[in-house]
Design a protein around this ligand. Structure first.
Ligand SMILES: Nc1ncnc2c1ncn2[C@@H]1O[C@H](COP(=O)(O)OP(=O)(O)OP(=O)(O)O)[C@@H](O)[C@H]1O
Length: 251
């Protein structure tokens, strides 16, 4: 099976903040494969290079070396992003708009309109459990509700691949559970989900496979159940060991 998302020896260097300093190497020789229908967790401590990698896939950052592909198309070509949905780590929606208005706005950007757009908005508001709040402006939404509007927005073009940057960040346990359930429902619909997260308990329940990156380098990639079994530990303990935290403390 062909991967839906692939990076080959990806490298990203950022220019130095000051003259004379070396460039910041954010991603080093990163080769990843994500296959259709997978829920894939992209893990790593703060500053590991996760957002940078996503930004390459999204065309926001040019790689210094290596290549990245979506649906077999090099990300240099915008066509590669035609069938993706993206939720950034921080969303900046107009706070005076309602959830319905936000979705209508993004739907129109994708050339949608009429009954088809109405149908998608209804379906998405139901999926993210915001039907009853659809006419309220976002400024009255909780963080969890705002995050769910973001998920609905990422789905308005009915993408096959979702790229989500820390979709559960800052949410309470109920908010996290709701996002997890949405990811599970998307998987059941046949979507592929590639997301970064620091919530390893959640990742363990929802992901098929994970990659752990540290200081820009891929440390491990595999099925969650295989990692947990081979390390005889939960995913959080596996993570801590892989990034070099003393095993005795992680156990
Ligand atoms: N525009 C930039 N210019 C210079 N350095 C950057 C830039 N963006 C990120 N970096 C650096 O690159 C490294 C990787 O950052 P990145 O944001 O990709 O990590 P991350 O894994 O997403 O972290 P987090 O979990 O905190 O979101 C960090 O050391 C960061 O300081």
């Amino acid at each position: 099976m062909e991967p839906i998302l692939k990076t080959e020896h990806l490298r990203v260097e950022y220019p130095p903040a000051r003259r004379g300093e070396p460039p910041k190497v954010a991603v080093k020789d990163l080769s990843l494969r994500v296959y259709p229908g997978e829920v894939f967790g992209f893990l790593g401590p703060n500053g590991a290079g996760k957002t940078t990698t996503m930004n390459v896939l999204l065309g926001f950052v040019r790689p210094t070396g290596g290549e990245a592909y979506l649906f077999g198309v090099n990300v240099k070509d915008p066509i590669a992003r035609q069938r993706i949905g993206y939720l950034p780590e921080l969303t900046y929606y107009y706070r005076f708009l309602t959830a319905e208005e936000i979705l209508r706005f993004y739907g129109r950007l994708f050339g949608l309109g009429g009954a088809e757009l109405d149908r998608r908005i209804d379906r998405l508001l139901k999926l993210v459990e915001l039907e009853s709040a659809r006419h309220r402006p976002l400024k009255h939404y909780s963080k969890g509700m705002q995050q769910r509007v973001g998920l609905a927005q990422a789905l308005i073009n009915d993408p096959d691949l979702l790229i989500l940057d820390e979709p559960t960040s800052g949410l309470d346990p109920l908010g996290r559970m709701k996002v997890r359930e949405i990811i599970q429902r998307l998987k059941n619909e046949g979507k592929t989900v590639f997301f970064s997260s620091h919530e390893l308990g959640e990742v363990e329940t929802v992901c098929d496979r994970v990659a752990i990156v540290h200081q820009g380098e891929l440390k491990v990639e595999g099925r969650v159940e295989d990692l947990v079994r081979s390390h005889q530990a939960n995913l959080e303990q596996v993570f801590l060991r892989i990034i070099g935290y003393p095993t005795s403390l992680a156990a």
